[in-house]
Design a binder for this molecule. Structure first.
Ligand code: ZN
Length: 136
């Protein structure tokens, strides 16, 4: 089995934001030269997450609105006694900081309406995204 690792940075501009990282992830899969296997997309951050969904402007706004509704800022969290971002930790914990995709024929397999996105819940800041491709 071969393993290929790469990473890239994403600069977010808002407190809450969705950043489409499909192109960077697919470039990593291509560079890996791995034909069939798995691709892990992982954000090594406690206040960000990774999702796969449709990149449509209305839906992106809907997702951000739901995120803010599910994890409102400053809602009396204990963590906010030492920090101001408990809402973002909760979002990361419940959405998840990684996703795994199949790789077949040298390409990342995803649905037509599944772009890979970084979920920023405590921006703006610079985020790292790690891509690990395993296979043959
Ligand atoms: Zn914190």
């Amino acid at each position: 089995m071969k393993a290929y690792f790469s990473d890239f940075s994403v600069s977010t501009r808002s407190r809450f934001e969705l950043v489409d990282i499909t192109r960077q992830v697919e470039s990593a899969v291509s560079a890996s030269k791995i034909g069939d296997g798995l691709c892990l997309v992982y954000a090594p951050h406690a206040t960000a997450a990774i999702i796969a969904n449709e990149h449509e402007a209305g839906l992106l706004s809907d997702i951000l609105a739901k995120l803010k509704g599910l994890f409102p800022e400053g809602a009396g969290y204990l963590h906010d006694r030492i920090d101001d971002n408990a809402h973002a930790h909760l979002a990361s914990a419940f959405i998840a900081s990684s996703r795994v995709f199949p790789v077949r024929g040298g390409r990342l397999v995803r649905g037509t309406w599944q772009n890979i996105m970084l979920v920023e819940a405590d921006g703006p800041r610079t985020r790292r995204v790690l891509v690990e491709v395993l296979g043959e």
